[in-house]
Ligand binder design. Structure first.
Ligand code: 5AD
Length: 323
């Protein structure tokens, strides 16, 4: 277990031997299999105004779409047919998907004998419970940053405390719970990144997604002066330390990493990651899910080629956290 000071030292130094250590821990605790999770981005409507995100409702420069329940279920069936064992349903916080509609979709998808992950933001305890009762296995809700001042500055009309409460609610309801953070936000300190990692450990998160911050021109952070290479390198390091501390959890090679570095996915898979989330949303819609510019949607065939090219295998099971 690293102390906070040790984590700060690792993140501040130029030494990246930590990546190799993370790769070894990954191999020891979760093996050579990479889990593929089929991602369906079913709506880019959002009633939040997060300062970094292109889906924020104040962005009028985006064509909005929402898939019908029939489209979503058909895409899930396609995923099942091509051998995917997990479906991830992700969307902006779109009020048009009522709990009833969502639970119906969930029940239909669960008939396919796949694991199901939801990633649709902050909900009440009762809403989360209804998803659990309908069969959802996992839930992703990034904390984004544990620096409360920064969190509040980036998330108008939201509360840091509520986000934490949502995560503990998800845990207590028995979801495999995923969280994670952005790396390289303006005004984010190395100390706060160390706190993020320690928070993942305290929560005992089952999945952690880490991504470099990429400025989106149509957001208040659009002209932030960030060093994208630095954000990439730092995000890989944060991920590696997370692997070393949490050991047997599931960690994706994220799309944002792949967006900043053509080899990003492979570097991530060799620095602690063991999951890839290919985007199986139809082409027309996924182009419009512009959280940040140039998003490199992960293609399933290319993902498989990359996995084989580094001597890893594709998992044949649902890929729950190994106990
Ligand atoms: N750069 C990188 N990641 C972003 N996200 C949102 N906006 C950006 C951005 N500009 C991430 C958030 C969110 C996830 C779905 O996408 O961490 O949780």
């Amino acid at each position: 277990m690293y102390s906070k000071d040790e984590i700060i030292n690792i993140l501040s130094s130029n030494d990246d031997s930590i990546l190799k250590t993370a790769d070894e821990i990954r191999k020891q605790y979760v093996g050579e299999d990479v889990h593929l999770r089929g991602l369906i981005e079913f709506s880019n409507y959002c009633n939040r105004t997060c300062y970094y995100c292109g889906l924020r409702y104040e962005n009028k420069n985006i064509q909005r779409y929402r898939l019908t329940p029939e489209d979503i279920i058909a895409t899930a069936k396609y995923a099942k047919n091509i051998g995917l064992k997990t479906i991830v349903l992700q969307a902006g916080e779109d009020v048009c998907f009522s709990n009833n509609i969502l639970c119906n979709i969930i029940e239909q998808i669960k008939k396919l004998d796949v694991a199901l992950t939801l990633s649709i933001g902050e909900k009440t305890y009762d809403e989360y419970k209804s998803f659990k009762d309908a069969g959802v296995d996992r839930y992703l809700l990034r904390i984004e940053t544990t620096d409360k001042t920064l969190y509040n500055a980036l998330h108008p009309n939201m509360s840091f405390e509520n986000r934490i409460e949502c995560l503990y609610n998800l845990k207590s309801l028995g979801f495999e719970t995923g969280t994670g953070s952005l790396v390289g936000l303006p005004n984010q300190t190395i100390e706060s990144l160390a706190n993020d990692i320690l928070f993942f450990k305290t929560l005992d998160a089952d999945m952690i997604g880490i991504g470099p911050f990429i400025p989106h021109p149509c957001t208040p952070l659009g002209d932030s002066d960030v060093d994208l290479k630095k954000n990439f390198d730092l995000s890989i390091k944060v991920m590696a330390i997370t692997r070393i501390l949490l050991k047997n959890i599931n960690i994706p090679a994220t799309t944002a990493m792949e967006t900043l570095n053509p080899n990003g996915q492979i570097i991530a898979l060799q620095s602690g990651a063991n999951v890839i989330m290919p985007n199986i949303t139809n082409d027309e819609c996924k182009k419009k899910y512009t959280i940040y510019p140039n998003k490199q949607n992960q293609d399933i065939i290319l993902a498989k080629e990359k996995i084989y090219s580094i001597g890893r295998a594709i998992s044949v099971n649902k890929g729950f956290r190994s106990k």
